[in-house]
Design a protein around this ligand. Structure first.
Ligand SMILES: [Ca+2]
Length: 80
């Protein structure tokens, strides 16, 4: 749990960027899948790339933070 909080919030910049980038891909592909228009085709590779971007964003460390920074931020969030 603490590791997930550290990954999500201790490095919030990469988390936000990953979500923005990944959701853009995922939503675009879901629209293509569900819009009922034959010329727009669902692309599974892009859909998975979107999921990958979100996962990467969650677990990537912000460039301006040390491991100690993340530990301190996580402890504050978790109230320890
Ligand atoms: Ca379509």
């Amino acid at each position: 749990m603490e590791k997930l909080v550290a990954a999500l919030l201790g490095n919030y910049k990469t988390t936000i960027l990953g979500f923005v980038t990944g959701l853009g891909l995922i939503i675009t592909e879901l629209i293509a899948l569900l819009d009922g228009i034959e010329t727009t085709v669902f692309n599974g590779e892009l859909f998975l790339a979107g999921l990958g971007m979100i996962t990467l964003g969650i677990f990537a460390k912000d460039g301006d933070k040390t491991s100690e920074d993340v530990t301190r931020i996580t402890s504050r969030i978790m109230g320890k």
